[in-house]
Design a protein around this ligand. Structure first.
Ligand code: T5A
Length: 213
């Protein structure tokens, strides 16, 4: 890297099942980054680009049947665009990226939930050149039923939200396995507590990165 290149930004992701409070905590992290004058891009998956948002609409709200493999390919296509158009350029320019879901979500939902296979999902992404890894992943975790109850208050579920309890139990187990396999990156946060308690944990996971910036 030449001496004039900006220091690469940090890549932070928020993960977890439905109803765990990703949006609530994304807003909180954004305010912390603003307080510390850290320039960042806040984004989400599926989505985050014009094409990605169209793919999101398709994958979450398509009428009629969809093969599990198609669902995975649409998630991966959205991610390829997102990494190429948004995430990599932002990090290279020194800005941080705060992303609501990333590859861990496909591992959990398509790999485990849809039972397409965790290693198959990982391989597909490698083949597509998606090799970037978050610096920090905040995994908001709580019992599936409690999360689904929070979500139910929000109104009509989308295609994936309408899945059976076992689907989400498999996805949760895969998320927890990701955390066990990569403890330096993935911090498990007990999301069943009050908003304030959850935010205190989010803050302590994030501050070492902020203080080092
Ligand atoms: N998907 C995504 C895949 O299958 N594969 C993939 O690769 C990817 C990237 C869209 C869907 O796509 C799937 C997963 C999803 O099914 P999404 O838009 O991230 O992904 O969907 P949601 O999980 O619905 O995400 P949200 O961020 O909209 O919802 P959250 O996480 O439920 O967050 P939030 O903050 O809206 O909280 C839900 C409710 O709980 C309350 C909030 O006020 C809100 O009402 N709440 C709390 N209540 C009590 N105590 C707390 N601590 C609370 N925190 C929040």
């Amino acid at each position: 890297m030449d001496s004039n290149s900006p220091i690469r930004g940090k890549f932070i992701t928020l993960e977890g099942l439905e109803g765990v409070g990703k949006t609530t905590n994304r807003t909180f992290v954004e305010s912390l980054l603003n307080e510390h004058n850290i320039e960042f891009v806040g984004t989400r998956e599926p989505g985050g680009t014009e094409l990605g948002e169209s793919l999101r609409n398709l994958v979450l709200h398509a009428a009629g049947q969809m093969q599990n493999e198609t669902e995975l390919l649409l998630m991966a296509a959205s991610r390829v665009e997102h990494v190429g158009q948004v995430i990599e350029p932002a990090l290279a320019s020194g800005r941080w990226v705060l992303c609501d879901r990333f590859l861990d979500a496909s591992i959990a939902y398509q790999g485990a939930g849809r039972q397409l296979g965790v290693s198959r999902v990982a391989e597909l992404h490698k083949m597509m050149g998606v090799t970037i890894k978050p610096d920090l992943t905040l995994l908001l975790d709580m019992p599936v039923e409690a999360g689904l109850a929070r979500m139910a208050a929000r109104g009509k579920p989308d295609r994936i939200e309408s899945e059976a309890l076992e689907f989400f139990e498999r996805a949760r187990a895969a998320y927890l396995q990701r955390a066990a396999d990569d403890p330096d990156r993935v911090v498990i946060i007990d999301a069943s507590r009050s908003v304030e308690a959850v935010q205190a944990s989010v803050k302590s996971a994030l501050m070492p990165f902020v203080n080092a910036a």
